[in-house]
Design a protein around this ligand. Structure first.
Ligand code: FO1
Length: 320
């Protein structure tokens, strides 16, 4: 159990599916004023003139408990009539927009056209979805992940969804990152002297977490923060739970292990959470100066999410 007397001001960095599961667990044990979730927005793209924010969508739907559990993204009880018609008319259907999900993209795009910031549009959508915890885009500026493959440079969704992560990557760029400012509340929360923990979810370090950390100024604010920075390994027993993290590691000539993830984050971290199946790696990681929590990290049920969130919060109290 989480000690009731402790006050937590927690910042959680998240990509899509895996990160959102932990964010949901954290949201079940922390009240709304003690948790802010910062989403990667470098996966965003324009499609049919609409602004799609996949990681914000996944977080909003997951915390609003209307997410599609089979797909991992999108809304529950989805229907696909629009997409079917689109295909019939000769439109591109590789990026699947569901009928219910479309409402989010239409409204967000309208808010942005009317001059609202992405963070303001997100806050309005969250209110309507009944999400009371703060979900913040990492920036209100335009940052876009580009994947350099052996053959060509690809937009992230082109690589991830259309080409199903098949091309071999040689490099990853975040277009626009040099000029991006952290979203205002994100920066404020990170500078808060009462911040009690910064938790990096089990998201892909290269395409979900790196964009957040690469915003100018964020890395040094993390290092200077008095709050412990803890990451959860997205690699369990030599493989990624979901998505291309393990494939990317091989292509970037890294070994596919939780220790390699800890090494990759390097001096940003004070604590690292690894799965019980990787217990044999704990000593090596501890020798590099990190505190290590070994626990089941696979989150199949809501109870798994709440238990892991509680354990990480209790672990954060042991770090300083
Ligand atoms: N992921 C897919 O693999 N295929 C899709 O057709 C797809 C559609 C989609 C629509 C809205 C949305 O918010 C997310 C969607 N995703 C889809 C997920 C998403 O593109 C990726 O999981 C993330 O970008 C990686 O975090």
């Amino acid at each position: 159990m989480l000690s009731k007397s402790s006050k937590h001001n927690v910042l959680n960095f998240s990509g899509g599916v895996g990160g959102a599961k932990l964010a949901l667990g954290l949201s079940r044990v922390l009240p709304s004023n003690q948790l802010s979730v910062v989403a990667n927005t470098a996966d965003d793209f324009d499609h049919f003139g609409l602004h799609i924010s996949p990681d914000l969508d996944t977080l909003m739907y997951t915390l609003g408990e209307v997410n599609n559990r089979e797909l991992g993204w999108g809304l529950d009880s989805e229907t696909w009539n629009m997409l079917e018609n689109l295909g019939q008319l000769g439109g591109e259907t590789w990026f699947q927009l569901g009928d219910r999900d479309m409402a989010t993209h239409l409204l967000r795009s309208q808010y942005l056209r009317e001059g609202l910031l992405l963070s303001e549009a997100t806050s309005k959508l969250c209110k309507r979805l009944g999400v009371t915890h703060e979900i913040l885009p990492m920036t209100d500026h335009k940052v876009r992940t580009k994947v350099q493959t052996k053959k060509e440079m690809l937009e992230f969704q082109e690589y991830f969804v259309r080409q199903r992560c098949v091309p071999v990557i040689t490099d990853i760029h975040f277009d626009g990152i040099e000029d991006a400012l952290p979203q205002e509340c994100f920066e404020k929360r990170l500078k808060d002297p009462d911040l009690s923990a910064l938790i990096i979810g089990p998201s892909n370090p290269f395409v979900s977490v790196d964009p957040i950390i690469s915003i100018p100024g964020i890395r040094s604010l993390m290092i200077d923060s008095d709050a412990p920075v803890i990451a959860v390994s997205p690699i369990i027993d030599g493989d990624a739970v979901k998505g291309p993290a393990a494939k990317m590691m091989r292509e970037l000539n890294m070994s596919v292990s939780c220790s390699a993830i800890a090494e990759y984050y390097g001096d940003l971290l004070n604590g690292f959470v690894i799965d019980e199946r990787d217990a044999q790696s704990a000593e090596r990681i501890r020798n590099s100066g990190l505190k290590v929590l070994v626990t089941p990290t696979l989150m199949r049920t809501i109870d798994d999410r709440i238990r892991l969130a509680t354990e990480i919060l209790n672990f954060s109290l042991t770090i300083y």
